[in-house]
Ligand binder design. Structure first.
Ligand code: 2RA
Length: 324
């Protein structure tokens, strides 16, 4: 099995490499692809040194599996080329997520959708960590309505986001975010749309419905960038179809693969970005009844947006495909 990583020098690309090493992901040949800016650089993977190659139309001639994280434009152009050459593509960009012929996959939930086509889309980071606990509730109680408020780390914007936090902490002017991220939360992620929502907010709405196979689900989202280096937080209010007990919800979370339930307020134990940073599982807690609505509850979750929110989820999709 010949593997290619497209965007190998970016934040997610570097994490692909780390995760492949950690999990002993099987491959024979490995190709590391990036733009001309990075071509020629050397990177060591599993003790072997590789030279970064410039991505072009012939990059996929002998590739079986390609993990892409190089932005939507690159994916739109090169994922079909990879597929024509016989490769399966797992794509981390938003390029294919809304295409009805392409599966949008969280392996714990809908790995079956990965067999729709030879391109598989990896969901948005804040969506992945939110939908995992919601899936546990959907199975047991059914879902009626969701309100998301996100607290998204700067690494979600890639290396340029991390650099802007460091830069502004050092007293320099911001170069990427529209405000000084070291001093303020910014309720703007991705571009504004005509309906007043940002694209990030609509990603959460549309991707949640697609992954959970529930097109009628009522959802709204507010997405906020916060001065945290890595690991997103999401506050979730949800109305269920059926009546529930907090004990029953706790059990549903505890039984869900990929989740860790941590909820001991008096001892200051609950999900934090610090807790989930560098960890594969998503943390859930702050569970309580929504006192303002029937059959409704509130909880908070955190997840490493570069691992489960991006690279890890893509590698898990690939692992399950290989097993099959
Ligand atoms: C962000 N969710 O945090 C985006 C990245 N995919 O900016």
């Amino acid at each position: 099995m010949n593997l290619a990583i497209v965007g190998a020098t970016g934040l997610v690309g570097r994490t692909f490499i780390k995760i492949i090493e950690e999990r002993n992901f099987p491959y024979e040949d490995l190709k590391l692809l990036a733009s001309s800016r990075s071509a020629g650089k050397k990177v060591t993977v599993n003790d072997i040194e590789y030279m970064i190659e410039e991505l072009n139309e012939h990059s996929f001639d002998d590739v079986d599996l390609a993990l892409f994280s190089a932005g939507g434009e690159i994916s739109k152009k090169f994922a079909p080329i990879a597929r024509e050459h016989g490769a399966t593509v797992v794509d981390n960009s938003s390029a294919w997520r809304e295409d009805p012929t392409i599966g949008l996959v969280i392996p714990e939930i809908n790995q079956g959708d990965a067999s729709m086509n030879k391109i598989i889309a990896n969901p948005n980071c804040s969506t992945i960590q939110s939908v995992l606990p919601l899936y546990a509730l959907q199975k047991k109680y059914g879902l009626k309505q969701i309100t998301y408020t996100t607290f998204q780390a700067v690494s979600g914007a890639g290396q340029r986001g991390v650099d802007d936090l460091r830069r502004t902490k050092n007293g320099e002017a911001p170069q990427y975010f529209p405000h000084n991220i070291s001093k303020t939360a910014i309720p703007e992620i991705d571009v504004f749309l005509e309906n007043g929502y940002t694209k990030e907010e609509m990603k959460m709405v549309n991707e949640t419905r697609k992954i959970l196979h529930q097109e009628d689900l009522a959802i709204s989202a507010t997405c906020v960038r916060v001065p945290v280096e890595n690991s997103h937080g999401v506050s979730i209010q949800v109305t269920l179809e059926k009546d529930f007990t907090l004990e029953g919800v706790r059990e549903a979370f505890q039984n869900q693969e990929g989740l860790v339930f941590v909820d001991d307020g008096p001892h200051h134990l609950y999900p934090t970005s610090e807790l989930s940073n560098g960890v594969d599982d998503v943390f859930v807690g702050r569970l309580r009844k929504d006192l303002s609505r029937e059959n409704s509850l509130l909880f908070y979750c955190t997840g490493d947006n570069i691992r489960k929110g991006a690279a890890l989820n893509a590698v898990q999709i690939a692992e399950k495909l290989l097993k099959k």
